[in-house]
Design a protein around this ligand. Structure first.
Ligand SMILES: C[S@@+](CC[C@H](N)C(=O)[O-])C[C@H]1O[C@@H](n2cnc3c(N)ncnc32)[C@H](O)[C@@H]1O
Length: 227
């Protein structure tokens, strides 16, 4: 069910920049509902690498049984992360997202055993505690999406010894959010909730779209293990 329209870089840029940074969760839901059919094509046009980077990092560090491991994909969108994880040999996915339009696309992949709707930050993560071998959030750690403290919920959902993978942009726009994210990560480390497995800074994460961000902007993959 992908878009029949052939998108250009300019169309992608316009769609992405039309998102309000100060919007309400309802604005965010509506934005993704109407963008869902072009989302993957547009994000490919801007060189978005979060799903593949998350999948490769988890794959490089996961030592368990891939065929039976259950992956929780938070802010799953259209299901891109599950597609990348499947390539790495993972087979079981549960997804959560706030946009019904995005969830419909994820449903269409046929990869998810369960898909749930929740506005994180306003509603709890609708999954049991200590259940998932892997928890991933890709492309949603920014102020226009959800508060940084939601990462506590990701840790809660993971099994003891499970991996939690989080990706984020490291551009100027995300600088304050990234500071609060890293402060929350550190508090959780200090509290013995998880340990750092790997943090990778990626220079070419996606193309910058504003006048301040020419060429590629950087991003980061954070990988933690629940204690
Ligand atoms: C940039 S997309 C990333 C989707 C997918 N993870 C990927 O890498 O392609 C961000 C997703 O986060 C979802 N989202 C934004 N704010 C959210 C919130 N507060 N709670 C749940 N999902 C949210 C959007 O609906 C959208 O599907």
């Amino acid at each position: 069910m992908s878009s029949t329209e052939t998108r250009t870089f300019e169309m992608a840029k316009e769609a992405i920049l039309s998102m309000r940074n100060d919007g309400t969760p309802t604005d965010t839901m509506q934005y993704y509902n109407q963008w869902a059919q072009n989302y993957e094509q547009d994000m490919e046009l801007i060189g978005f690498r979060a799903p593949i980077m998350a999948a490769e990092h988890v794959s490089a560090h996961f030592t368990g049984e891939r065929q039976t491991a259950v992956v929780l994909d938070v802010a799953c969108g259209t299901g891109w992360v599950a597609k990348m994880m499947k390539r790495e040999g993972f087979q079981h996915f549960v997804g959560v997202d706030c946009s019904e339009g995005m969830l419909q696309r994820a449903r269409h992949t046929g990869l998810y055993r369960e898909l749930k709707m929740a506005v994180l930050g306003e509603q709890p993560l609708p999954v049991p505690s200590g259940e998932y071998e892997i928890v991933i959030i890709a492309g949603a750690l920014s102020s226009s999406h959800l508060p940084a403290y939601v990462i506590r919920e990701l840790c809660r959902a993971a099994k003891q010894g499970g991996l939690i993978c989080m990706t984020g942009k490291c551009d100027r726009e995300n600088i304050n959010y990234r500071a609060s994210l890293e402060s929350e990560i550190k508090h959780m480390e200090d509290a013995g909730l998880w340990r750092c497995v790997n943090v990778t800074y990626v220079k070419e994460w996606q193309l910058g779209l504003t006048e301040h961000e020419r060429g590629y902007i950087p991003g980061c993959v954070y990988l933690f293990q629940k204690l």
